[in-house]
Write a protein that binds this ligand. Structure first.
Ligand code: ADP
Ligand code: MG
Ligand code: MG
Ligand code: MG
Length: 767
């Protein structure tokens, strides 16, 4: 969750005068980072995951499940070297806990990242995740469970917290969420309030209610008569849309949980290619990991959290969003504009103006500036959204770059001053400068008075202030600034150029979260190994983001992707590397074939050279960019003429990840068990893609629809909430009798057999 400075955070109305100061110094810090690290090379491919947990108070007597908001002390204990018992458990288990937005939330990561060349590291992630659960549980009473739920179903409903609270807090002014759910660190309530103040109204998220037989398409949970804050009337002024669940606070989004994976490239050029190549995968993986069909006690007509979190921190003013303000509200929100501009805007009334003259011209700007000289302009996306620009691969593959300028085809405003400053240094080409100049159209949201003046040669807090509050599907993470006298060896151990993959929804079990983390990491490895061309226009990725929200999108929809014959790979190289490759490898099943053939080529030359799927795709193609609309099942599993990404990954495992001595035969039982686990991770992805097994969202929706107390009215009662969370905990714990409906027979047999016991915590959790 970015940096947590200590000190006094400034209220928006005070902090906004320093916005330009933070940007100006942040850019100097960025330039210094490039100066120090631009030519940094040969970093190891390290990687790591981040898992976010909700602490849930399960009361089996009253059959209620509530968010536990008074157990956040465990975080301080687990991070406090003065509390050796708790802290040592983290160090001994290679785990690390971090604060998150919600007081009921914790985030946990490996303490040291994993190594991308080591098979054993791909297998230790699940064990590491299991240790995080065990260690956090060991600090908690047994009825408080650290659960990996993407969205808490009854968040914002009456009595959803333990202990009970009332939604009357001044930070969020929410009609539903009390301020007591927000992390106690002053940064978080300030962030919440400052987003509201900058925007000039509360955030407003509207999700379509799932239309069931008895559903009233009306959110009747909105209190109509509260008179505590002026913002209380916003729902009736147009903030709440008919037929939608209305949510009015940062916590609905930032209080949800996700899974993130960070990988390190060997240098900046490789990191740029990786960033670009992962972009097209972001909506695909959002759909494949869908896990959020319920919000604020309603079944909704979508499957994921993304637009909720995007809306939850959307600090853009009415003008920036290009919408008319609510009656009596200012177009320019809480921006620091000259009074006469504010009055003028007020007179004009709306973005279209009184005479229909548009306040915003067709380029999206107004020719009006804030007191700090920042232009008032239309900003198409929230600061939490999909990426806007590719970074370009011209520096990576100098000979034959794939990137074309036309791929950056959406309106993505930039901070011109920042752009000019960056391109005037030797470190930034047009694409890199555009990327950062786009991030720097935003205002800093929280400024600490003690941190206004920083040493720009040593500190990167001002840069990080903006960088880490641009919450996009991918994050391009530069190294930090380090003291100049750091030895070369010490420098090599510091984080280098990294890419973070951020769209994944969190899954119920460590097994699944490990599977998705391993999949993203291996996908990154094959991108770097085989250099496939995944570029499609950014607008197509955005279209896919919208598609990924739909109910069961993974099965029912098609997504734009680079046409399979344009990946610039020799597809025949991947014949034979389907999931059964693992069985042949483990069982020495092809010993009768000529030496090496099995393991190097997947199958003997004599085997039929085709991919074993029996459906022909009907493509919808688009002129010019070689992209088509494809079902996710084909992208992952292949079709008769295309291997699918899994075969490419499996070939990589066979030929690269396995060391030369082991890649002909599976030499030990230990390795066999590891390979079986890897196979089951990929099988999970494969089966979710083909619909053999449900997504978490599909399964959760089913739990509601079949619940005896469900009245086909799209509402989740307190009892339904408890029961679906109870079932979810059974999945988390891989309880045998629930496995088959969730994972299907093959994976559940694996999990009940050797699989579940293989990463035995034989020595328990280290104490
Ligand atoms: P943030 O919240 O800013 O994304 P975190 O520190 O919470 O960052 O998580 C970053 C992830 O990156 C963790 O899983 C961590 O193990 C991993 N990581 C740490 N150092 C490196 C590195 N050098 N290369 C790749 N991943 C790293
Ligand atoms: Mg986090
Ligand atoms: Mg983190
Ligand atoms: Mg992160």
């Amino acid at each position: 969750m970015g940096l947590l400075s200590l000190g006094t955070p400034l209220d928006w109305h005070e902090s906004k005068q320093y916005n330009e100061h933070v940007r100006e110094n942040g850019i100097i810090q960025l330039i210094n980072i490039f100066k120090q690290h631009g030519s940094r090379q040969n970093d190891v491919f390290y990687w790591g995951d981040e898992v976010e947990y909700m602490l849930v108070d399960m009361d089996d007597a009253s059959k209620t499940a509530k968010l536990s908001i008074d157990k956040d002390y465990i975080l301080s204990d687990l991070n406090d070297p003065e509390k050796p018992k708790s802290y040592q458990k983290c160090v001994a288990n290679n785990i690390s806990f971090h604060p998150e937005y919600g007081r009921y939330m914790i985030e946990a990561t490996p303490l040291r990242p994993y190594h991308g060349d080591r098979i054993r590291d791909y297998l230790s992630v699940e064990e590491n995740m299991a240790r995080r659960r065990l260690v956090s549980q060991s600090e908690l009473p047994s009825h408080i469970k650290p659960l990996t739920l993407t969205a808490f179903p009854r968040m914002g409903c009456p009595e959803f917290t333990s202990p009970a609270t009332k939604p009357i807090g001044p930070a969020s002014q929410s009609l539903f969420l009390p301020d007591e759910i927000i992390n106690r660190h002053v940064r978080f309530p300030t962030l919440t309030a400052n987003i509201r103040k900058r925007r000039g109204s509360k955030v407003a998220i509207n999700l379509p209610i799932y239309p069931d037989r008895n559903t009233k398409l009306l959110d009747d949970s909105i209190p109509r008569d509260r008179d505590l804050f002026p913002s209380d009337r916003e729902p009736s002024l147009g903030a709440a849309r008919p037929g939608h669940v209305y949510m009015d606070s940062m916590g609905f989004g930032m209080g949800s949980s996700c899974l993130q994976v960070t990988v390190q490239a060997k240098d900046i050029d490789e990191a740029r290619f990786l960033y670009d190549s992962l972009a097209a995968w972001t909506p695909i993986l959002l759909a494949l990991s869908a896990a959020a069909p319920v919000f604020k006690g309603y079944l909704v007509n979508q499957d994921v959290r993304w637009n909720v979190i995007s809306g939850a921190v959307d600090d853009r003013t009415f003008l920036e969003r290009d919408v008319d303000p609510y009656p009596g509200y200012d177009l320019v929100g809480g921006l620091d504009v000259p009074e006469e501009v504010r009055d003028h805007m007020r007179l004009l009334g709306g973005v279209r103006g009184v005479n229909g003259d548009r306040v915003i011209n067709k380029n999206g700007d107004t020719k009006v500036y804030t007191n700090q000289g920042r232009p008032l302009q239309k900003i198409p996306k929230s600061r939490y959204d999909s990426i806007d620009n590719y970074l370009g691969d011209t520096t990576y593959s100098k000979k034959k770059p794939y990137f074309k300028d036309e791929y950056n085809d959406i309106n993505s405003p930039i901070n011109k001053k920042v752009y000019d400053q960056l391109v005037n240094t030797p470190y930034f080409d047009d694409k890199l400068a555009t990327h950062f100049a786009h991030l720097f159209i935003r205002d800093p949201l929280v400024i600490f008075s003690e941190r206004l003046d920083q040493d720009n040669e040593l500190s990167n807090d001002h840069f990080e202030n903006l960088q880490s509050t641009n919450w996009q599907t991918l994050r391009f993470k530069p190294p930090a600034l380090y003291p100049k006298d750091l030895s070369e060896e010490a420098l090599a151990e510091t984080p280098g150029w990294r890419v973070e993959f951020r769209p994944l929804e969190i899954q119920l079990s460590d097994f699944e979260n490990a599977a998705y983390s391993v999949f993203i990491t291996l996908l990154s490895r094959v991108i770097l190994k085989y250099s496939p061309d995944f570029y499609i226009p950014i607008s197509k990725i955005d279209e896919n983001m919208a598609t990924a929200h739909k109910v069961d999108a993974v099965l029912k929809d098609k997504f734009w992707f680079k046409s399979f014959d344009s990946w610039n790979l020799d597809l025949s190289e991947f014949v034979g590397y389907d999931l059964s490759w693992f069985d042949r490898f483990i069982n020495h099943g092809n010993d009768d074939l000529a030496a090496d053939e099995v393991y190097v080529k997947g199958y003997s030359e004599r085997a039929v050279r085709r991919f074993s799927n029996d459906f022909e795709p009907a493509y919808e193609t688009c002129q010019g960019f070689n992209e088509s609309k494809v079902p996710i099942r084909e992208l992952i599993n292949g079709n008769s003429s295309f291997p699918g990404i899994l075969r490419i990954i499996i070939k990589y495992i066979a030929t690269d990840l396995l060391s030369a001595e082991t890649n002909h035969h599976c030499s030990t039982k230990e390795l066999a068990l590891k390979m079986l686990r890897l196979q089951s991770y990929l099988r999970l992805i494969s089966y979710r893609a083909s619909g053999k097994i449900p997504t978490t969202a599909h399964w959760l929706r089913e739990q509601v629809l079949k619940h005896p107390e469900y009245k086909r009215d799209s509402k989740i009662s307190s009892r339904i909430n408890y029961d679906i969370i109870k079932e979810s905990t059974r999945v988390s714990q891989l309880e045998p009798d629930i496995l088959e409906e969730f994972f299907g027979s093959t994976i559940s047999e694996y999990l009940m057999g050797t699989g579940a016991k293989e990463y035995d915590m034989a020595n328990g959790v280290a104490h």
